[in-house]
Ligand binder design. Structure first.
Ligand code: SF4
Length: 334
C-alpha cells in the first residue's frame, strides 16, 4: 500500500504487521487514522501528524438517476480529480478511474481535454480511487467487479504509476481483480501501447478510435497527427497477439462527422482480422460543436459493420445527468 506510510513505519522501527494492519483497515473502509483502531493510540496520533491515511479525499459526491456515483476527490496538493462508480445488475459495480489531473491531448469532443494538461497522478492516488470505491461498494452490499482507466487523462502517458496501481489492484493482497476485469483505454499513445506489450499483467486494452480515416481522426484527436490510424492499429495488433485478448475499439458516433455507411465500411475493412471488438458509444454533448448520431444513422452504421462480419456492441451513456459519462469529466460541480 502506501509506500510513504510503509517507509515511515519502517523508519520508526515498527514491525511489518503494522503495515498490514493499516492495509486491512483501509480495505475495511477506515477513512481516518482514528478509525485504524488496531494500531496503538500513540502510533495513530504520530501518523496523523505526518501523513494522511488516504492520498485522495472525497470532497463532493453526486448520484445519478441511474445509480451512477461521481466523486470529486482532492489530492494532498489540492488538485481535483474525478472517479465514477457505475452500478450494474446483481450488485456489480464498475469504477472509472482518472490517471492525470487534466489532459494534454485535447480531443475535441472531450471535457477533460478542454481543461488542458494536469500532472500525472501517482500510483497511490490511482489505487486509492479503487480502494475507496471498493469500500463504498461493500458498504452497499455490492462488489467492485471491474476497473476501467477511462477517467481524466491519458493513462499511457503515465505508465509507471498506472502499471504500479494495476499491480496493486490485481494482487490478492490488494483488490484481487483479475487481469480481464481491468481495462486501460488509450487515445493512441503508441509508446505506451508498446510498453503494455511487455507489461506482465495482461489487462484489456481499449483504443479510442472514433474515426475510420486519418483526416477525420486528426480533426477530432490531434494525437492522430503523430500516430496515424495504421500505426496505432499495428501496435494494438502486437498487444492482441501477445495477450490473446481482442482489443476494444471505442467509436463515438457523431452526427454527420464519422457515422456514414462509407465510414462503417472503411472501419470494418481495417478491423477484420479477428483481433478487435468494436464498441459503439452514444455521444454525450459537452457543450462543443458535436451532436450524437440519431437512431437511424446508428442502426445503419451497425448494419454495415455486421454485413462486413463484425459484431459491434453499443454502449449507452451512464450518469449523463451528472456529467459522469464518457468525455464529460472536467470537475463540474458535483
Ligand atoms: S478523450 Fe482521453 S485522451 Fe482525449 S482529451 Fe479526453 S481524457 Fe485526454
Amino acid at each position: 500500500m502506501s509506500d510513504q506510510v510503509a517507509s515511515i513505519l519502517k523508519g520508526w522501527g515498527e514491525p511489518d504487521y503494522r503495515l498490514r494492519q493499516v492495509e486491512d483497515a483501509r480495505r475495511a473502509g477506515a477513512r481516518e487514522w482514528a478509525e485504524v483502531t488496531t494500531l496503538p493510540l500513540s502510533l495513530r496520533e504520530r501518523l496523523e501528524e505526518v501523513v494522511p491515511l488516504w492520498s485522495v479525499v472525497p470532497d463532493a459526491l453526486a448520484e445519478s438517476r441511474d445509480g451512477t456515483l461521481k466523486w470529486r476527490l482532492r489530492t494532498a496538493d489540492g488538485l481535483a480529480i474525478e472517479s465514477v462508480l457505475i452500478s450494474h445488475a446483481r450488485g456489480r459495480r464498475t469504477l472509472c478511474v482518472s490517471s492525470q489531473a487534466g489532459c494534454a491531448l485535447g480531443c475535441r469532443f472531450c471535457a477533460t481535454g478542454a481543461m488542458g494538461p494536469g500532472r500525472d497522478l501517482t500510483a497511490r492516488e490511482i489505487a486509492d480511487q479503487a480502494l475507496l470505491a471498493a469500500a463504498v461498494a461493500r458498504e452497499a452490499e455490492a462488489r467492485l467487479g471491474n476497473i476501467v482507466f477511462m477517467g481524466m487523462g491519458e493513462p499511457l502517458q503515465n505508465t509507471g504509476a498506472v502499471f504500479d496501481a494495476i499491480r496493486e489492484i490485481h494482487a490478492p493482497t490488494g483488490l484481487g481483480l483479475s487481469a480481464r476485469s481491468i481495462a486501460v483505454s488509450t487515445a493512441g499513445w503508441v509508446p505506451g501501447i508498446e510498453e503494455m506489450v511487455s507489461f506482465e499483467v495482461p489487462v484489456r486494452l481499449a483504443l479510442s478510435l472514433h474515426a475510420a480515416d486519418d483526416d477525420t481522426r486528426s480533426a477530432l484527436m490531434p494525437i492522430n497527427n503523430r500516430w496515424p490510424i495504421a500505426n496505432v492499429l499495428a501496435a494494438c495488433r502486437r498487444y492482441a497477439d501477445r495477450t490473446g485478448r481482442r482489443v476494444f475499439i471505442e467509436y463515438l458516433l457523431l452526427d454527420g462527422v464519422n457515422d456514414s455507411a462509407a465510414d462503417a465500411r472503411r472501419l470494418a475493412s481495417q478491423l477484420r482480422d479477428g483481433r478487435f471488438h468494436v464498441n459503439l458509444i452514444e455521444y454525450n454533448a459537452t457543450g462543443g460543436a458535436y451532436r450524437g448520431s440519431p437512431p437511424e444513422r446508428v442502426r445503419r452504421f451497425t448494419e454495415e459493420l455486421q454485413a462486413a462480419g463484425l459484431h459491434p456492441s453499443f454502449r449507452r451513456s451512464r450518469g449523463a445527468d451528472i456529467a459522469a459519462a464518457c468525455g464529460q469529466l472536467a470537475n463540474t460541480p458535483a
